[in-house]
Design a protein around this ligand. Structure first.
Ligand code: ATP
Ligand code: MG
Length: 416
């Protein structure tokens, strides 16, 4: 038997109802904040990610699914959405015009990581990207939007971690200070020994406990922010405070991609173990120019949908749907039932019947499995009298209903 690829899951019903519900809530909230959907290809030129995410990041260094196409061009299954969104924005001129441009997108991302709980090779994100405005108000609004989605999903027990990464000027000074600090430290992991020379900021994102310990005394970027960046960050925090948002300043938060500047944040959820980040985001004012575009301030976030669904209550989004099962015995009754089936569906009542001529007992078992609220029983006698037996499955109570009233009655009850 052919099996699915390691780290790539099948999402099965009824679990998929929960996914649909999460996505529906997210779409509604995006709508309220003025965002519109963009749908993008899953494949891009490898160069797009190498240039945007940064060559010395884990993603580009070892996690990308890259391969040559039949012509020999190197393509990559997208490991994240921001680079693709910005590529489309620049290519289609969506950045033109005044004011903020707001886009969201949902879908799968691919990273060759070690599969474990909360970490898959195909995983799903809900992405938010806003372009064109550098005001701290937008940073606050984007964070409020993220928290709004999570709150409507009834996700409690979260922490918002926030930091400022400054602008390129702050980063040059900070990287020099950090590099100087790291140069004298013994015992950094192999990756970090390399990174301290190529890209010292990345050392701050190292997952090794040992490196983390060493970094406890490292300089923090907050002390290197220029007056503009410091004022921007102070205003973001003041706005969050104004809206009663509890945040934790995390001076060593850098995130796994090179393109961030100024505000960077993460939402972690308790109950997820080691993979506890459900969402991450920040400003990426420099990315447009990095990709050959104009100056284009931007900010966004990505919610990790797989992890989100792991912490949300099991029973959410699985509403008790109104469903009807038609149990029919004998050919004429089955013909009648088949007609009723379509009539009920036309009136927005979910209905099902047996198509294989099973016994009444077997059909009642099917009705249970279908989760029917009502089962309509039809046989020769019911056709003669023109009345069907309608059984309420939960109580087992039965009533006789005239066949011609059946659809109207059930449709009315479904609306109640
Ligand atoms: P982590 O530090 O956990 O690897 P990251 O910094 O690589 O996360 P981002 O690139 O910021 O993650 O992606 C945003 C969100 O996407 C993460 O917070 C997480 O919820 C989710 N995510 C990232 N990688 C995976 C994965 N391999 N499987 C499932 N979810 C993931
Ligand atoms: Mg990662």
């Amino acid at each position: 038997m052919i099996k699915a690829i390691r780290g790539m899951r099948d999402l099965l019903p009824p679990e998929t109802s929960r996914w649909q519900w999460v996505e529906q809530v997210a779409r509604e909230v995006f709508g309220l904040y003025g965002y519109r959907e963009i749908r993008l290809p899953l494949l891009e030129r490898t160069e797009l990610f190498a240039r945007s995410i940064g060559a010395d990041t884990d993603i580009v260094g070892k996690e990308m699914y890259s391969f040559p196409d039949r012509k020999g061009d190197s393509l990559t299954l997208r490991p994240e959405a921001t680079a693709s969104v910005l590529r489309a924005v620049l290519e289609k001129g969506l950045d033109k015009g005044a004011g903020v441009k707001k886009l969201y997108t949902l879908g799968p991302m691919f990273r060759y990581e070690r599969p474990q709980k909360g970490r898959y090779r195909q995983f799903y994100q809900i992405n938010c990207e806003a372009f064109g405005v550098d005001a701290p108000e937008l940073d606050a609004e984007v964070i409020l939007l993220l928290l709004d989605i999570l709150a409507r999903l009834k996700l409690s027990e979260t922490r918002l971690l926030i930091n400022s990464l400054g602008c390129p000027e702050c980063q040059v000074k900070f990287k020099a200070a950090l590099g100087l600090f790291l140069i004298s430290r013994e015992g950094l992991c192999e990756d970090c020994q390399r990174r301290r020379e190529t890209n010292p900021l990345r050392v701050l994102d190292c997952k090794s406990v040992h490196c983390k310990e060493i970094l406890k005394d490292a300089p923090v970027i907050r002390d290197y922010l220029c007056p503009d960046c410091a004022a921007h960050f102070a205003r973001v925090l003041a706005l969050l405070k104004h809206f009663g948002v509890a945040y934790e300043e995390q001076p060593r938060l850098v995130r796994g991609l090179d393109y961030y500047s100024r505000t960077a944040f993460e939402v972690v959820a308790t109950g997820l173990g080691a993979q506890d980040a459900v969402a991450g985001g920040g400003r990426y004012n420099g990315l447009s120019q990095e990709l050959g575009g104009p100056i284009l301030p931007a900010i966004g976030f990505a919610i990790g949908e797989d992890r989100l669904l792991e912490v949300l209550p099991r029973d959410l989004g699985q509403g008790n749907e109104f469903k009807v099962f038609l149990a029919a015995l004998g050919e004429p009754a089955r013909d009648k039932a088949f007609g009723l089936l379509q009539e009920l569906r036309r009136c927005n009542v979910a209905a099902e019947m047996d198509l294989e001529g099973r016994s009444l007992k077997a059909q009642m078992t099917l009705a249970d499995r279908f989760g029917a609220l009502y089962t309509v029983i039809l046989g020769d006698r019911e056709l003669e009298t023109g009345e069907a037996m309608v059984r309420r499955m939960a109580e087992g109570s039965q009533e006789r209903v005239a066949l011609q009233d059946l659809t109207t009655l059930l449709a009315a009850r479904a609306r109640e």
